[in-house]
Design a protein around this ligand. Structure first.
Ligand SMILES: Cc1cc2nc3c(=O)[nH]c(=O)nc-3n(C[C@H](O)[C@H](O)[C@H](O)COP(=O)(O)OP(=O)(O)OC[C@H]3O[C@@H](n4cnc5c(N)ncnc54)[C@H](O)[C@@H]3O)c2cc1C
Length: 287
């Protein structure tokens, strides 16, 4: 339970951090809240020789509305997301999701950037980011680029980030006013990762679904954007038959491992149950 030895670096600017990561190469890792990386180091699943702490860099925290989007700094903690009136008013699914991540102690330190950059399919925010159509800002020695959350996750712990790139911010298009939302997570106890979870954002027009987006957590090697399941609902009144079709479409794309959260078949069914619950709650909330 003791990590291997490493050198600790605390750059004061983004440029300095990018230069350090480029110079130190693949043996260096950025560290944000450390609440995924340090446990992995203790288990020797990660053994970086250098840790580049992002905590001393100004400008990576906080959130602001920018036209029809909200931009959130990567070092914003999950507790800060919960406390944000801006998010509660404009993107309430962010607050709802943050509240079911781990426990308050973890949320005071764990960051949004760390949660989405980690690449662990058990992290809750990535599926929500896919559901919302978010974009990530990444800065590396080649400059800045933007990567769609829906294209970011390539395998367990494999993402589109290049070695040495730092995720600096998350950009979320504002869901329309009056949208319905829900994040439903099945977990064995407080502080646990999801057995299965589903994120839903939808709009209704005259009682029928006008738009819908669905993300799924911890039921495959990556978070999933359930495009076909959402399409099956557009134009429907979210009646039993259309929800059944959407659930079947979602279950068709999941491939959870059998583990201490249950056998694969159970977790597949739970993904469907979480989706049906999230749809019902999102419908009830939609104007
Ligand atoms: C007991 C416990 C329970 C937990 N339960 C949950 C849960 O239910 N749901 C959930 O989602 N999470 C859970 N977590 C994880 C927690 O939310 C982490 O804080 C989060 O996954 C990672 O954020 P961090 O800021 O701690 O990142 P770190 O641990 O510092 O970093 C994680 C990874 O991301 C990389 N990284 C971090 N920031 C950046 C960046 N800005 N740019 C590029 N790379 C970066 C690091 O190099 C590392 O590889 C739990 C953690 C603990 C300890």
């Amino acid at each position: 339970m003791i990590p291997g030895s490493f050198a600790y670096h605390r750059p004061k600017s983004l440029n300095e951090a990018v230069a350090l990561l480029a110079e130190l190469g693949e043996e260096a890792r950025p560290i944000a809240g450390g609440h995924s990386l340090i446990p992995m180091m203790k288990l020797r699943l990660a053994q970086p020789e250098h840790l580049v702490d992002l905590a001393g860099i100004g400008g990576l925290k906080g959130m602001r509305a920018e036209g029809s989007e909200i931009v959130i700094g990567a070092m914003t903690t999950q507790a800060e997301l919960i406390a944000s009136e801006l998010l509660a008013a404009k993107v309430p699914i962010m607050r709802e999701t943050s509240l079911v991540i781990a426990d308050p102690q973890v949320r005071y330190v764990g960051t949004l950037g760390g949660n989405v950059a980690n690449g662990d399919p058990g992290n809750d925010m990535p599926a929500v980011m896919m559901c919302l159509g978010a974009t990530y800002h990444a800065v590396g020695k080649g400059g800045e680029r933007r990567i769609a959350a829906r294209e970011f996750y390539q395998g367990a712990y494999f993402t589109a980030l290049e070695p040495g790139e730092i995720l600096t911010a998350v950009r979320i298009p504002l869901p329309p006013p009056g949208h319905g939302h829900a994040y439903e997570k099945l977990k064995r106890k407080i502080g646990d990762y999801a057995t299965a979870a589903a994120a839903v954002v939808l709009t209704l027009a005259k009682g029928k679904v006008a738009s819908c987006s669905i993300g799924l957590t911890n039921v495959a090697e990556t978070p999933l954007w359930a495009e076909d399941a959402a399409k099956a609902l557009v134009g429907s009144a979210l009646d039993e038959e259309s929800v059944r079709k959407a659930v079947a479409a979602a279950e068709a794309i999941v491939s959870p491992a059998s583990d201490n959260r249950g056998p694969a078949r159970y977790r597949t069914k739970m993904a469907g149950v979480m989706l049906a619950r999230a749809l019902a709650r999102a419908k009830a909330r939609a104007a």
